[in-house]
Design a binder for this molecule. Structure first.
Ligand SMILES: [Zn+2]
Length: 307
């Protein structure tokens, strides 16, 4: 009996206090990251999603119930204050036992500096370059994110280390196949210009050599000046851009005052309307690439490109 008690005490001291046999409580900020975490955690529990994919992480405010879920978590996974500013204070004031994986700080990820956008080009340089936080939109970064999540979970829950490793290997194979399929689809569209509402797609553009001809809003939550919109419209005509994309998370924002502009289509970098499950990341990226490539392919067809 004493022996058993000593053993139980040792377990209590060496492993985190998970309730019963449940895995660690993991809270994830946005749906695509949640999906990657759910793939790694399959069979060990389900991570909680904090920000619904219908909302923009740039501007959403945390409800009290979400703040409580955040406070209870053993591990919080987020991009960083540049994407989810509403989480910043809660994470800064977190309980000491809580682990946080701040992806934007990870040097193993492929990170790009935020682009200086049309509206800001005339401003003096300085204030340091910030990292573009939309780094999950590169599927090869998603593979690294899976590895980072796996390492954290293995440290937090060593009893399931092998399970996490198996899940991670499966997720990695899926993401590799996904990236190859996207590369094949986008390869013929390298020179087709398009414009986007806010600068969320740099990682996708960089990975697959796409040609972004302009960004309509520097700060998606703020209005753009009439001068800026006029300049964007001129740039659109000059570059003969047939595809302009906005985002469902910013549906209320007027995009353009350009009567000759083509119909706006919607790209969704978060997975709005998709079930928040392990498949969301793949579905979100496939839907996004379908929309993007579909428009660019039609535009190329309309111009009678035959080479
Ligand atoms: Zn964004």
């Amino acid at each position: 009996m004493l022996k058993l008690l000593a053993w139980a005490m040792m377990i209590a001291l060496t492993s985190p206090a998970f309730a019963g046999d449940a895995g660690p409580r993991v809270v994830v900020s946005i749906a695509p990251l949640h999906s990657l975490a759910a793939q790694v955690m399959a069979g060990a529990g389900e991570p909680a999603l904090l920000i619904d994919a219908a909302a923009s992480p740039h501007s959403v405010a945390l409800k009290p119930s979400q703040a409580r879920a955040l406070a209870r978590a053993d591990l919080v996974i987020w991009i960083g204050g540049a994407l989810e500013p509403s989480l910043h204070n809660a994470i800064a004031a977190r309980p000491s036992r809580q682990q946080v994986l701040t992806l934007i700080d990870s040097r193993t990820l492929h990170r790009l500096a935020g682009r200086r956008q049309a509206a800001e080009r005339s401003r003096p340089a300085g204030a340091g370059d910030v990292i573009d936080p939309h780094l999950w939109l590169d599927p090869d970064n998603a593979r690294i994110i899976v590895r980072l999540i796996t390492t954290r979970l293995q440290t937090l829950d060593p009893a399931r280390a092998a399970l996490y490793a198996r899940n991670a290997a499966q997720a990695d194979a899926r993401l590799r196949a996904l990236s190859h399929a996207i590369a094949a689809r986008l390869e013929p569209l390298r020179d087709a210009p398009f414009m986007v509402f806010h600068d969320a797609y740099q990682y996708l553009e960089y990975r697959y050599h796409l040609k972004n001809a302009g960004i309509i809003r520097s700060h998606p939550e703020q209005g753009a000046s009439a001068y800026h919109l006029r300049r964007i419209a001129e740039e659109r005509r000059a570059a003969n851009v047939a595809c302009v994309f906005a985002e469902p998370q910013f549906a209320a924002a007027p995009v353009f005052n350009d009567p000759s502009a083509p119909a706006i289509r919607y790209l969704d970098p978060l997975g709005r309307g998709l079930p928040a499950d392990p498949d969301l990341y793949q579905k979100m990226i496939i839907r996004l690439v379908d929309t993007l490539a579909g428009c660019l392919e039609r535009a190329a067809g309309d111009k009678g490109v035959t080479q």
